[in-house]
Ligand binder design. Structure first.
Ligand code: 13P
Ligand code: SF4
Length: 352
C-alpha cells in the first residue's frame, strides 16, 4: 500500500531540517516506505563500514535491527549517537547465543583441551557481548559477504573454529567454500550439557557450529526449490547463505543481500529468478526489474517481523524528536564491552 502522504511529508521536512546532522542507514530488508528516506542502503557489512565513515553526523538513525545499531555505536565516534527507531526491533537469531551460554561453551572447550587451538568467529547477527567474547579470544566478526575470508583466516590462526550463532552460514561456508566435509562440522547445542557433544567429538571437529538459525530463512526447504523449478522451467534459484544446507546445495547461486541485488541488476532481460531471502527485498527487486521474472522462493510469504517493526510512523517519530531536541532510543554499548567488540569488528574490517 502507498504510504500516508502526510507522514511522507513530515519525514521529508524533518530530514531537511536536520540536514547533515543526521545520517539514515537502511538495511535491504526494510520496508519501501523506510528505504525511501535512507541516505545509504546496504547489507550488514556495507552498513557497518558506512556507519564508521560518517564522523560528521551527530545522529545515525539505524533502520535495521538491534545488533546492527550496536555495531554502529561501537564503530562510530563518542560524540555520535545511534538511534534505533523501534527498540523492539531485535533478531531472533542473535538472541540464540547469550553471554552466559557462550562462556559455558568456552569452559567445555577448555575441559576438552581445545580452547587454546580454537578461534571464535561470530556472525554480525549477535549481541555486543558475544562480539566482545570473540574479540577477547582473538577472533573476528563476519557477515554473509565475507564469511569465507573470516573463517579461512580463523582456521589459519588455530586448528579449529567456533562459529556462532548461525549454524547454517557456518556449515554452508565450511562445506561449499572451504572444502570441509559435513563430518568436519559438529553442532554445539547450548541447551544440553557439554553442548550435547563428547570431548572426542570436539577434538575431532574442525568447525564447531553453534545451534542457532534464522527463522525467516529457515522456512525455505528443498520442497520450495523443487516446487519452483517445476513451476518455472529455466528458473535460476538464488538464496541467502542463512538458508539450510540442503536448500543452498540445491540452489544455483548463493550470496548476501547485496550480492543478490547485484546479481539481479546484472541479469539478462527475460531471465527468471526465484529468490530465497526476506520478502521486502524480493518484492522491491521484482518491482525494480519488470523486464525479468523475479519470484519469492516459497509459496508462503515470509517477512522478517522485527525488521518490519521499523515503519514510517516510527521513523517520523525519531526524526521529529531530533528536530525537537530530544534524542530517542539511543543504543549504547558499555566501554569495556565496546573495547573487545571493536577489536573483533576491526579485525573483520581489516580482512583482505
Ligand atoms: P546481509 O544483509 O549481510 O546479507 O544479512 C542478512 C540478514 O539476515 C541480516 O539480518
Ligand atoms: Fe535476524 Fe533472520 Fe531477521 Fe536477519 S532475517 S534480522 S537473521 S531474524
Amino acid at each position: 500500500p502507498a504510504s500516508d502522504p502526510d507522514l511522507v511529508e513530515r519525514a521529508r521536512a524533518a530530514k531537511e531540517k536536520l540536514g547533515d546532522r543526521v545520517f539514515i542507514l537502511g538495511h535491504h530488508y526494510q520496508r519501501d516506505e523506510v528505504i525511501e528516506f535512507a541516505d545509504v542502503t546496504g547489507d550488514s557489512f556495507k552498513l557497518a563500514r558506512d556507519a564508521a565513515a560518517r564522523p560528521e553526523a551527530e545522529y545515525i538513525v539505524f533502520c535495521g535491527v538491534h545488533f546492527m545499531a550496536e555495531s554502529a555505536d561501537i564503530l562510530t565516534g563518542p560524540a555520535q549517537q545511534v538511534i534505533l527507531p523501534d527498540l523492539a526491533a531485535g533478531c531472533s537469531m542473535a538472541d540464540m547465543a547469550t553471554a552466559e551460554q557462550v562462556a559455558e561453551c568456552w569452559d567445555v572447550l577448555t575441559d576438552a583441551g581445545i580452547a587454546d587451538i580454537t578461534v571464535p568467529v561470530s556472525y554480525m547477527n549477535s549481541s555486543a557481548d558475544i562480539k566482545a567474547f570473540t574479540g577477547k579470544h582473538g577472533g573476528t566478526i563476519c557477515t554473509s559477504s565475507n564469511a569465507k575470508r573470516a573463517l579461512e583466516w580463523a582456521y589459519e590462526q588455530g586448528q579449529k573454529v567456533l562459529f556462532l550463532p548461525d549454524q547454517h552460514l557456518g556449515r554452508n561456508t565450511a562445506v561449499r567454500e572451504m572444502g570441509f566435509s559435513l563430518d568436519d562440522c559438529v553442532l554445539y547445542n547450548p541447551h544440553k550439557p557439554n553442548g550435547g557433544l563428547t570431548a572426542e567429538q570436539l577434538r575431532n571437529a574442525k568447525m564447531i557450529l553453534w545451534r542457532g538459525h534464522c527463522s525467516v530463512h529457515g522456512r525455505f526447504s528443498l520442497d520450495s526449490v523443487n516446487d519452483v523449478r517445476a513451476r518455472i522451467p529455466g528458473v535460476t534459484v538464488l538464496v541467502h547463505p542463512e538458508c539450510k544446507h540442503e536448500v543452498v546445495a540445491a540452489a544455483d547461486m548463493v550470496g548476501s543481500t547485496e550480492y543478490i541485488i547485484k546479481a539481479l541488476d546484472a541479469a539478462e532481460p527475460g531471465s527468471k529468478w526465484a529468490i530465497g531471502t526476506e520478502l521486502n527485498l524480493v518484492r522491491r527487486m521484482a518491482k525494480a526489474h519488470p523486464d525479468k521474472e523475479i519470484v519469492f522462493l516459497d509459496r508462503a510469504v515470509c517477512f522478517c517481523s522485527t525488521m518490519n517493526r521499523i515503519d514510517l510512523p516510527h521513523l517520523v517519530w525519531a526524526l521529529e524528536s531530533l528536530v525537537d531536541g530530544r534524542v530517542p532510543n539511543v543504543i549504547t554499548v558499555d566501554p569495556e564491552t565496546e573495547k573487545y567488540a571493536k577489536a573483533a569488528l576491526d579485525r573483520m574490517l581489516a580482512l583482505p
